[in-house]
Structure formats: structure tokens, C-alpha cells
Write a protein that binds this ligand. Structure first.
Ligand code: SF4
Ligand code: SF4
Length: 293
């Protein structure tokens, strides 16, 4: 299955707005939301079926069984993440689950076997399966395993996919581990850039990451008319790098209203929707014909 991933350097750039519009226009049968910390593609991609929900466990965490603990303090002194403290009232040592990285050192050093690593539920996966397959997930706050969950979201979509069909993935914002998990295995990346100094820097970092994976990259600018000078710079950068600059989306107050109504911007006639239509056609041209625009 061919995969197009939509990315942005940070949240709030309109990534999901663009991804949902492309899903709507292309009528792809498979799509996913890899923004597992704050998924919101489901707000505009209404489903006709209830989701199949599966618990997600990331790294195991340490648990100290107080009835066995002899308060030797070994586990606390050996924990590199300062996740263990002494509870004066309970007269035992306790683990801060938010700080525990599941490395297992405490279990290893405990002389009386009072520590065990145990899996905990860090979030859940959701699979909507009807004539279309939509894979998404929600990570619990404080869990540091978003990259692993992103991989599971994509795998869940692919396992329910049909060979040779296309999929569109709303990626994770930012440039960290979940973004790398999002990029792994995709065929095309569309970067939704923001016309600002930080927007350009974020875009350049994603381009570098995507190029390491050998992924063909498209670039578009959202709210291009907020700063034409930076938009021109982004287009010039794309051309200099041999990347396809696929379009400019204007600031559009109607877009916000449409999204708040739970619709994609291509479901009404508006300036941003027309711009994404053009972007979709440009991307399709490249995918269908190979080469560049
Ligand atoms: S598993 Fe590792 S990080 Fe967690 S409490 Fe034990 S030593 Fe600390
Ligand atoms: S190493 Fe074991 S016995 Fe010692 S304080 Fe930690 S849990 Fe208790």
C-alpha cells in the first residue's frame, strides 16, 4: 500500500486541516491519525461504525511490593532516573511511574525480590472499520512512548488494508521520535509549512529527516498571505532542494468555521478548500506520472 504522510514542524499549522481535506478529495479507503498525544482527525472524519478499542502498553514499569521490602535503599541509589523515593509513613520505597523508564535495574539489585516490572496501560488504539479503515489512538498524559504507539497505529491500518491501495496519514507534529516513527515506511511526505522564521527552520529539519529515509517530499505553505516574503523563501528553498512546491493556502476565516462544524474545508466552496484542491491535483500529477511537477 502506498502511503502519503502529512507533517508539520509543530502543532497549529493546519496539518490536520490539510490532511482531512486530502482524505476527502482522494476518497482513499485507508487513513490514520498518528498525532497520538492530541488526535483530532476523528472530529472531521465522521465514522459510521463504533471503534474497536485495544489497550496499549508501552514500556513496563517498576512496582515495589511493600510487604517484602526491607528498606535497604539499593533500588533508590541505583535508579538513574530518580524514580524511587522513600515513603516515611508507609515505611517502604515507592516508584514514581511518570519518572520510571522501565530499565529494570531496581528489579536486578533488590536483594529480596520485592521489585517487579509490570506492564501498564499507556493508552488505547482505535480502529474504525467499515468500507473505509481509520486507525487512530490516544496516549495517556505523561507516557513517553508515543513513537511506539505511532508505529502501532500505522501497523493497525496496514493490517486491515488491501494491497496496492493508497493511504493518507496525519502525522505527529514536531520533529522528535514520533515523527520519525511516522515517516518510517511511507512513500511521500507533504510538509505543511508556516511562513515564519521558526516555520522555515522546522520545515528544514523535517526535510533533512525525510531525506534520510529517502522519502519524496512535497511542500506547501498554509496561511501564505500572512507573510509573503517568507512564503517566497520557502518556495525558493523547495526549488533549490529539488522538492516539489505544490501550493499556497491563503488565510481563510471560513476554514475555522467549517472545521468547528466538524467538516473538512473541501466540503464547502472556500478559498482554502480551493487551494487544497490545487495541491491535491499537483500531488496526484507527480504520483501518477512519476518525476517532478
Ligand atoms: S525500572 Fe529503572 S527507571 Fe524504573 S524505577 Fe527501576 S531503576 Fe528506576
Ligand atoms: S532494593 Fe528491594 S528491599 Fe531494598 S529498598 Fe528497594 S525494594 Fe526495598
Amino acid at each position: 500500500m502506498g502511503q502519503l504522510l502529512v507533517l508539520s514542524g509543530k502543532g497549529g499549522t493546519g496539518k490536520t486541516t490539510v490532511a482531512s481535506a486530502l482524505i476527502q478529495l482522494s476518497k482513499v479507503k485507508h487513513f490514520a491519525d498518528c498525532d497520538v498525544d492530541a488526535p483530532n482527525l476523528d472530529l472531521v472524519m465522521h465514522q459510521t461504525v463504533d471503534p474497536i478499542i485495544t489497550d496499549y502498553s508501552g514500556l513496563p514499569k517498576a512496582f515495589i511490593h511493600e510487604e517484602q521490602c526491607i528498606e535497604c535503599g539499593q533500588c533508590q541509589s541505583q535508579c538513574r532516573f530518580d524514580a524511587i523515593s522513600h515513603d516515611q509513613v508507609k515505611k517502604t520505597y515507592v516508584v514514581d511511574l511518570n519518572a520510571c523508564e522501565g530499565c529494570g535495574v531496581c528489579e536486578l539489585v533488590c536483594p529480596v525480590g520485592a521489585v517487579h516490572l509490570e506492564p501498564i496501560v499507556d493508552g488505547h488504539l482505535q480502529l474504525y472499520k467499515s468500507e473505509r479503515v481509520f486507525s487512530t489512538a490516544q496516549l495517556k498524559m505523561g507516557s513517553g512512548t508515543s513513537g511506539m504507539l505511532v508505529t502501532k497505529v500505522k501497523r493497525q491500518m496496514l493490517e486491515h488494508g488491501v494491497e496496492s491501495e493508497w493511504a493518507i496519514i496525519d502525522g505527529s507534529p514536531g520533529i522528535g521520535c514520533p515523527v520519525i516513527a511516522s515517516i518510517s515506511g511511507v512513500d511521500y511526505v507533504l510538509i505543511v509549512a508556516e511562513p515564519s522564521l521558526s516555520g522555515i527552520s522546522d520545515m528544514e529539519r523535517i526535510v533533512t529527516t525525510a531525506s534520510r529515509f529517502g522519502v519524496k517530499t512535497f511542500i506547501c505553505v498554509n496561511k501564505f498571505d500572512v507573510n509573503i516574503e517568507y512564503t517566497d523563501k520557502i518556495e525558493a528553498y523547495a526549488k533549490a532542494k529539488g522538492l516539489d512546491f505544490v501550493g499556497r493556502i491563503p488565510y481563510d476565516s471560513q476554514a475555522v468555521k467549517v472545521i468547528n462544524q466538524g467538516k473538512t474545508i473541501v466540503e464547502i466552496d472556500c478559498a482554502s478548500g480551493r487551494a487544497v484542491q490545487g495541491i491535491y491535483e499537483n500531488i496526484k500529477k507527480v504520483i501518477d506520472n512519476g518525476g517532478n511537477l
